[in-house]
Design a protein around this ligand. Sequence first.
Ligand code: NDP
Length: 296
Amino acid sequence: MSAQLISGRDIAATIREEVKERVTALNEATGRVPGLATVLVGEDPASQLYVGMKNKAAKAAGIHSEQITLPVDTPEDELLGVVQGLNANPDIHGILVQLPLPGHIDEHKVLLAVDPAKDVDGFHPVNVGKLSTGATDVLAPCTPWGVVQMLLRTGNDPRGKHVVVVGRSNIVGRPMASLLLRRGAGGDATVTVAHSRTPDLGAVTRLADILIVAVGRPGTVTADMVRPGAVVIDVGTNRVDAPDTERGYRVVGDVDFDAVKDVASWITPVPGGVGPMTIAMLLSNTVDAFEHLVGN
Ligand code: NDP
């Protein structure tokens, strides 16, 4: 058996097209467009790349986009002032502070400063709390929210299914579990969360109708750990040495793709799987925030 591929690239392209249509309709109705501000502190090349991609995608969808780049030694107070300014800016409906922040800045303080109504990353404790208490009118973290969309849009509704999530981070594993536990579309699953202290991981993952892996370690899930016919979503994004390639590295997931594809019914590739969904959901969240703040 060879699994069907879940192409995050294609699903993300569809969502970005839908976002563009929503932006056009909102502009016709209100005379305004949703606005996204990204804040980058320092010159970390990976962060620069991510922020650049987010701004480019926002512009392509017709979203007004502002990038604020601050020097690496920006004092915490100054950054908090920038965030307050964006909170008060009526042209901005989504605020994203690119993580990680330099060591002298308290990340938690900065995330707390973002107006929860503009928190398109879904990391503010108010949104985390709402999501974990089952609210549906909440800005959800982009990566797990993207995974839900991938499941729904390939006919793999998690309702009534046993979903095993491997990983309990605040960015992926925990919000993933909260989304899957919510009542209604994209939720209503029976959820098990495993992590580094789970003994015999395979015994747990083999129970999964849907297996979602967010660990950050290549080869974490091998074919014998997957129930035949399961849906496998690989969030992992890892660089491994590949001296034979021009770049010198390859990007792989946490799942042994070549072996697991012969056991699973559906599987996401890496790259081209969950990765492209994150930006698509950021744009979608920005339009949701606009609708909430401005009305539709
Ligand atoms: P974290 O390092 O924050 O969390 C990793 C989780 O995996 C932890 O809960 C950890 O357990 C668990 N874990 C580690 N080793 C094992 C093991 N051997 N068996 C079972 N569980 C284990 O990572 P993130 O959640 O931030 O990211 C996970 C992966 O997803 C990374 O590869 C990251 O690059 C990728 N990612 C991709 C995104 C995208 O595609 N857009 C977005 C975000 C992340 P414990 O809590 O006990 O330490």
